[in-house]
Design a protein around this ligand. Sequence first.
Ligand SMILES: [Fe+2]
Ligand SMILES: [Fe+2]
Ligand SMILES: [Fe+2]
Length: 429
Amino acid sequence: MNNIHLLDLIQGASGALDYVNSTVTGHHRRVGAGAAAIGGAMGLEGRDAADLVTAALLHDIGAFSLDLRLDGLDFEADHGDHARAGFRLLSVHPMLSRVAPLVLHHHTPWHRLPPLSDPGPGQADTPAAALLANIINLADRVDVLDQVGTRRVVRERIRQIISHNAGTVFAREAAEAFLDLSAGSEFWDKLSGDWTHVREAVDLPMADDLISHDQLLPFSRFFALIIDFRSRHTATHSLGVAETSARLAALAGMPPESQDRLRLAGNLHDIGKLAVPVTLLDKPGPLTQEEFEAVRLHAAASESILRSVPGLDDIADWASQHHERPDGSGYPHGLKRDALSLGSRIVGVCDVFTAITEDRPYRPGMTPDQSARVLRDMVGQGSLDADLVALLLDNHAEVAEARREAQARAHVEFERYRSLRVDGAAHAA
Ligand SMILES: [Fe+2]
Ligand SMILES: [Fe+2]
Ligand SMILES: [Fe+2]
């Protein structure tokens, strides 16, 4: 497979998060670039600089659900909930848990920051962690004042606000670095470009770090959970699609590496649903035509998010074509069977299979007989690949068991996420 840069992946993830709050498009990228510039001016390097940028690019990850919407405009608002949710999400990730405390405290004023206790081996520690969290806080406030809302606060006013809060809300050292940088226009230019890469905005020691294939899987699982947890209707859907796709790929004779990459594609196929309001995902009744169009947009959004990460091309195809149909009646591009690769057709079949057989809060999953009938009907209508459906039905029990087992495991993860204690939360308020 192609090499994938860790920074590209995190940047792609941060772009996906920006879909959730379209009013602040580019917010994560700008906070990443701003924090990196401030940290650079303070002489941060190596692991600290990498942690700073990683956490800044993902800092509002906890604001992905409806009840945790961003209160971007309010300078003084208590942002504790989305910060705590972000902490909980990140703390279970093998590579990202070290930056979880930075996300937890990205709205905590400097003078109220607890000495961040060392949460465990390999994770962020003090006092650097507190300072890193505070740099993100500063970069975030600067971007919110600069970008959000109809009234643009002039930059001199932003500088006054930061200066006024130096030593209280913001660490004096960080505020001074910002005030030095922001006196000229160069700093602001770095933030105000369209989607320029953080890599180009700042000199970053992690810019050349590669991510291995093995490390990619936890990333995709992590995003599957974020995608799925937004809607109680489909809380484990992506993981079911991932596992059944890998199983069907094995049955179709694809090599183990391809099976693994189909697992990635399954985990990420609905990543574009981050752009769909939860009210639509959870709507009990039938959708209006307009709402239906809004939901359909998720496939194109999946495509653009995944295409933004160099090295994920096959996965971008397989994931984003899951609503294409062999007869050309699907979306986003209306591709016909000849234009769809085996991987894309597999995810298409497994998405339907998982959707009709999984239990949802408003109805139980279909029995094997019922689901076989629906799949055959769809083949008859030209909506699903005939060969793959036949292969699945020949191995119905095995594929069904793979789905059930994967979703049962994901359900445990969902419960664990909901019940995780937030270390230090009492200090964060
Ligand atoms: Fe935030
Ligand atoms: Fe933010
Ligand atoms: Fe979908």
